[in-house]
Design a protein around this ligand. Structure first.
Ligand code: KG4
Ligand code: ZN
Length: 337
């Protein structure tokens, strides 16, 4: 039987991406980032939509040509329906709908956060594929969740953030340190040369499997403010230690809830997904859990942050389960789980 070929399109935030999946193998995964936001310290939705509009045609053409695939060979078109920025989602959705209509191909609506999880099933995603049921810590710029994954179609959110997302906590801390957006990867980088125990910040006391990062953010802000009063050069002098300490605090919060979830569910197969799963401290702390009998799945870097490969993979699994949208489908900024 011929392998299914899926074109995936991702435009939920500030990256325009298109990918071609054949079977479970990625043939191309092309991403156009948007440097226009750097000067504003965060994503400006209006500018993101405009950049998606400019990028979408060349990005999809490039993904097809890199894969050596012609549009006529594609079996279905998968796109991010939500959650995300409405203007950004609208560009990808409208493009996918028009393409599906023009080529008479099936259209598959994909949930961005579920796609982060399902990226694990791409052939080269990780050394150890998770086996069902598994727990997934899904950590991005907008979400922080522990998800119980029964199958590609059945997932249950066990815990959620009640305020900031983990990626947001990284990015806001980076902003306080005057680092450019997105600051998560830079904190990770500077933390390599810092002492994670240099500074202590307040710890959240949240029941169950929910997360909170706003208290930590305030505690970090006050530490910096108080120390800068004493030494105006404080931030520059202690950059590595501050990055290592805030990273340690964020990762400790994530790991303690994940440990609790493993204990409560008895599920020892654990995966991570989303942009923050690129964080080296989180990856190391998770790997260390193998010694306690956890089976750990860590996606390769290119499938952690936003990409269309994961949309194509999720699209394929939905397609196999008969999920197809008609032309009335619309983007949803807060697409329910
Ligand atoms: O999944 P993603 O690419 O986009 C959303 O769907 O939000 O996640 C982006 C987030 C940003 O907050 C970024 O700072 C964070 O992931 N991030 C990291 C690292 N790489 C990306 N945070 C910490 N350490 C990293 N290495
Ligand atoms: Zn994402």
């Amino acid at each position: 039987m011929k392998d299914t070929i899926i074109l995936g399109i991702e435009s939920s935030c500030d990256d325009t991406s298109a990918a071609i999946l054949k079977g479970n193998q990625i043939l191309s995964n092309f991403i156009a980032g948007q440097s226009v936001h750097e000067q504003y310290g965060g994503v400006v939705p209006e500018l993101a939509s405009r950049a998606h509009q400019e990028n979408i045609v060349p990005v999809v053409s490039t993904a097809l040509s890199h894969a050596g695939i012609e549009l006529k060979d594609v079996d279905a078109i998968a796109f991010t329906q939500g959650p995300g920025l409405l203007g950004s989602l609208t560009i990808g959705t409208s493009f996918a709908k028009a393409l599906a209509l023009g080529t008479n191909k099936p259209l598959i609506p994909v949930h961005h956060m579920k796609a982060h999880i399902l990226a694990h099933f791409i052939d080269d995603a990780s050394e150890n594929k998770p086996t069902f049921p598994f727990l997934c810590l899904t950590v991005s710029g907008g979400h922080t969740q522990i998800v119980r994954v029964e199958s590609p179609m059945i997932m249950e959110v066990l815990g959620n953030t009640i305020d900031d997302a983990a990626g947001e906590a990284f990015d806001k801390a980076a902003k306080m340190l005057e680092l450019p957006y997105p600051g998560g990867p830079l904190i990770d980088q500077y933390a390599q040369d810092g002492n994670p125990l240099s500074f202590q910040f307040s710890k959240p006391k949240i029941e169950g499997l929910d997360f909170s990062f706003s208290g930590l953010k305030t505690s970090f802000l006050y530490t910096i403010r108080d120390q800068v009063k004493i030494d105006p050069e404080f931030k520059q002098k202690h950059l590595n230690d501050l990055c290592a300490s805030i990273q340690n605090s964020i990762v400790t919060i994530l790991m303690s809830k994940l440990e609790k979830a493993v204990k409560e569910t008895g599920i020892h197969c654990v995966a991570i997904a989303g942009g923050v799963s690129a964080n080296s401290e989180l990856r190391n702390r998770l790997l260390a859990k193998k010694a306690e009998g956890w089976m750990v799945s860590i996606p390769k870097f290119s499938y952690c942050t936003d990409n269309a490969a994961m949309i194509a993979m999720a699209g394929k699994l939905l397609f196999e389960n008969g999920i197809i949208a008609d032309q009335s489908v619309s983007p949803q900024a807060r697409l329910p789980w």
